[in-house]
Design a protein around this ligand. Structure first.
Ligand SMILES: O=c1nc[nH]c2c1ncn2[C@H]1C[C@H](O)[C@@H](COP(=O)(O)OP(=O)(O)OP(=O)(O)O)O1
Ligand SMILES: [Mg+2]
Length: 233
């Protein structure tokens, strides 16, 4: 899973000290971008979507589920990951937002029942697909969106950049393979199939994740990062 990640070789801090925004300035990265996630299914998709567009490796690490607005959660996670990896990192957070519930469950943490504090991940594990459907029982409006926030941090102590992708759809009773999160209950607009029922290539063309990654790719193309890895140029 860790894709050949070697702990803490020399840091690949960008050649310029201010990484925020500054598109057009060439920066040298001496290490591939490490995608840090504890979720094997996400990694599979990110790998398929990115292909060879950006040199990257992965590191399996369960970072804490932070609290706050989605972009802040994601940036905080990127900072933790960049410190851990001591190099450029990409992290991602996904939320599923129900319009009838003003965006809940979203990425947030809740108190469920008497004491359980949880995030979307734990929420799904606790109440399952049926529970998520039941949350909308009292509402006519089953519309929802899947959103993905990627954060890129070029190294520790740099300001992460965020990239957001959204796909609109609706919540339906579970259909299709149950091997990835809430895929079986999310039916994107314009499709008769849930994410889970779609061939992977099809989901990867229209998903929240692919839209966010398209922005990441454009950023890399526009910024002209230059990878100098293992003596290559
Ligand atoms: O495309 C997706 N289709 C269906 N379900 C998905 C998708 N993407 C994330 N998910 C699930 C996984 C987790 O139950 C929750 C988000 O939590 P989230 O914190 O982003 O993921 P995670 O903790 O599993 O991995 P990570 O280590 O990258 O934080 O939604
Ligand atoms: Mg997580």
């Amino acid at each position: 899973m860790s894709g050949g990640y070697a702990p803490s070789p020399p840091s690949s801090l960008p050649s310029q000290s201010s990484p925020s925004g500054n598109e057009g300035a060439m920066r040298v990265l001496t290490r591939p971008v490490t995608f840090v996630t504890g979720n094997a299914k996400k990694l599979e998709e990110v790998r398929a979507i990115l292909g060879n567009s950006i040199p990257f490796q992965s590191l399996r690490l369960d970072l804490p589920e932070l609290q706050g607005e989605p972009e802040e959660i994601s940036k905080g996670k990127a900072r933790l990951a960049a410190t851990e990896v001591n190099g450029p990192v990409l992290v991602e957070d996904t939320c599923l937002c129900f319009n009838a519930l003003n965006g809940l469950p979203g990425p947030y943490m809740y108190v469920l029942g008497t004491s359980t504090v949880t995030s979307l991940k734990w929420f799904l594990e606790k109440i399952g697909h049926e529970g998520l459907n039941n949350l909308l029982m009292a509402y006519e409006d089953k519309s929802a969106y899947a959103a993905c926030v990627f954060s890129l941090a070029l190294g520790p102590n740099t300001d992460p950049l965020t990239f957001v992708g959204k796909t609109m759809g609706k919540i339906v009773p579970a259909r299709g393979p149950k091997d990835f999160g809430w895929d079986p209950i999310f039916q994107p607009n314009g499709y008769e199939l849930t994410y889970a029922e779609m061939p992977k290539e099809e989901k990867n063309k229209i998903s929240h994740r692919s839209k966010a990654l398209a922005l990441v790719k454009s950023h890399f193309a526009a910024t002209g990062y230059h990878f100098q890895i293992n003596g290559s140029s």
